[in-house]
Design a protein around this ligand. Sequence first.
Ligand SMILES: Nc1ncnc2c1ncn2[C@@H]1O[C@H](COP(=O)(O)OP(=O)(O)OP(=O)(O)O)[C@@H](O)[C@H]1O
Ligand SMILES: [Mg+2]
Length: 320
Amino acid sequence: MNDERPVIETAGLTKRFKAVTAVDGLDLNVRHGEVFGLLGPDGAGKTTTIRMLCAIMNPSAGSPRVAGFDTVREPEEIKKRIGYMAQQFSLYGDLTVLENLTFFADIFGVGREERRERTARLLEFARLTEFQGRRAAHLSGGMQKKLALTCTLIHHPQIIFLDEPTTGVDPVSRREFWDILTELHLQGVTLFVSTPYMDEAERCSRVALMFEGRIVVCDTPKRIKGLVEGDLLELRPDRLREAARILAEQPGVLEIQTYGDLLHVFVDDAAHRAATLQQALTGAGIGVQGLRQTRPRMEEAFISLIRKRVEETEYGTSNT
Ligand SMILES: Nc1ncnc2c1ncn2[C@@H]1O[C@H](COP(=O)(O)OP(=O)(O)OP(=O)(O)O)[C@@H](O)[C@H]1O
Ligand SMILES: [Mg+2]
């Protein structure tokens, strides 16, 4: 499915808004047929990156090429070849599902005959056929996202940019939406998807972790998870904060992360340390449940890598 042709290329892509550098020197190289994930918290610079790649906003520096064209000098060529589902996409609430699709077909100059065939196929594809007469405003959130996606696909783009397409949607609809993306991938479409959801990153062929305008790491999900040092122990202590404080002082503990009422403790060697950590807590009168070794997910890897980046930056400044 993948070949080596880059369809998205940037070198030192940067966007400055007065005092804020929203995107800071990105080097991206996305190949034909990839599902590329841009993962990052609020304000990381995901939307700004996507808008520059979609030739909607000019960069301050760096010259992105998308589908072989320069985003600044040849934006019209790019717009013909890409689909863009914006974070705040706009459907026409008063129009029906079918009328929305027809409207976007008009904008993209899709001819009459092609249009009939394509709208039918896309409605089927997104499992919206039986809702085609319903006004967009009366669809569920998940169905609205699917309709927005079909509108994005009406001119048969080969590269699709989706900016947080599943944010705020229930888990079942999220899964269904990703099933549709997987089908597009199997058809050879290149997907560039931003998301704040770590579990979605697992479905990408490669992921770039973005933080404060920069790429912290860019690799396959498997290799990113492999970057986390040490073994991971999970446990549910009675008194979370106190437990975290005590564990942080124990030998072999590399890092502690909190998830609800769970602690995730990175240690140099789980088999060697588990019993000692449990004793340290029970010795302090803290009950412990569910102590087990587990594998790091993208979420742990992401938090760990960002922490390291912040520490490096802090040490970097104090040394100068
Ligand atoms: N037009 C603008 N003028 C000034 N600052 C902006 C503008 N657009 C974005 N920013 C700033 O740039 C930074 C990155 O914003 P961006 O919207 O790209 O992040 P994001 O990763 O998409 O965040 P979110 O997850 O909230 O959508 C933020 O600090 C934001 O406030
Ligand atoms: Mg955004």
